[in-house]
Design a protein around this ligand. Structure first.
Ligand code: HEM
Length: 225
């Protein structure tokens, strides 16, 4: 095990695998969020299922948290190693001459996303953990709201233009991170051979459509509450 993570290629493959998992998570997260625009009832049903189903809560959620932490820690290690290598051994990275600014600064777009996740957890995840695991209330209901509470809580959060502004800024960085990360991840697992153009197209589409979808949800609720 130590050998795998000690090799540069091992670290890159591990980084790519955690990235694939997170990209799949983003797709399902956006799909559920979009329900809040098109069908608040369905959004409430699905949110309650995701929030109370034991498989989701006790199997998928820990895997997700592990993937987020792993991706960040591994990214940080890769960054430090690359910086060292650039100083000493190779002249491969020649700044703007052969790579884009964002491909050389994945760590900074990554740190911005991490800061967003912290804010996001304060907004949604910590209150949820508090309600369920500390208060022991798994009902999904709250006084003064008919049916489940999730839609009301979401709309309430997005009534604040400052919060929506911070979220939208983070989604732009997410798009830039994905724009480089998507193809890079495929390259690390050897997936680009012979299909480079197609993957580049899918990567570009994914890195625009997913963040734009999140922007749409946040801005929609700002103006419709
Ligand atoms: C408009 C945009 C977004 C909305 C409305 C939104 C909404 C939510 C809500 C309501 C939860 C709480 C789920 C729960 O009950 O635990 C949540 C959890 C979470 N969100 Fe978002 N989210 C948005 C964008 C994002 C983005 C862009 C990311 C990642 C870069 C992200 C990452 C997460 C993570 C990691 C969790 C914890 C998942 C879990 O419950 O285990 N979210 N989000």
């Amino acid at each position: 095990m130590g050998g795998f993570f000690n090799s540069s290629i091992g670290r890159k493959v591990a980084m790519a695998l955690s990235a694939f998992f997170l990209m799949f998570f983003l797709l399902q997260h956006l799909s559920i969020n979009l329900l809040s625009v098109f069908s608040p009832e369905l959004f409430n049903e699905v949110s309650h299922f995701m929030g109370t189903n034991p498989v989701v809560q006790f199997a998928l959620q820990p895997v997700l948290i592990f993937a987020v932490v792993f991706h960040f820690v591994m990214g940080f290690i890769l960054e430090v190693r690359n910086k060292k290598a650039n100083g000493v051994a190779y002249v491969k990275n020649n700044g703007a001459a052969n790579s884009s600014w964002f491909s050389r600064n994945m760590i900074w777009s990554g740190v911005t996303i991490l800061a967003f996740i912290l804010l996001h957890f304060i907004d949604f995840w910590f209150p949820e953990i508090n309600t369920k695991f500390i208060q022991g209330d798994w009902s999904g209901t709250i006084e003064g709201v008919d049916g489940y509470r999730y839609y009301e809580e979401l709309v309430h959060k997005f009534a604040n233009p400052l919060r929506v502004g911070a979220y939208v800024l983070a989604f732009v960085f997410l798009g830039l991170h994905l724009a480089h990360g998507f193809t890079s991840a495929f390259q690390s697992v050897g997936g680009t051979a012979g299909r480079k153009k197609t993957l580049q197209f899918i990567g570009k589409a994914y890195s625009i459509v997913i963040p734009a979808g999140f922007v749409f949800v946040a801005v929609y609720h700002l103006f419709n509450h």
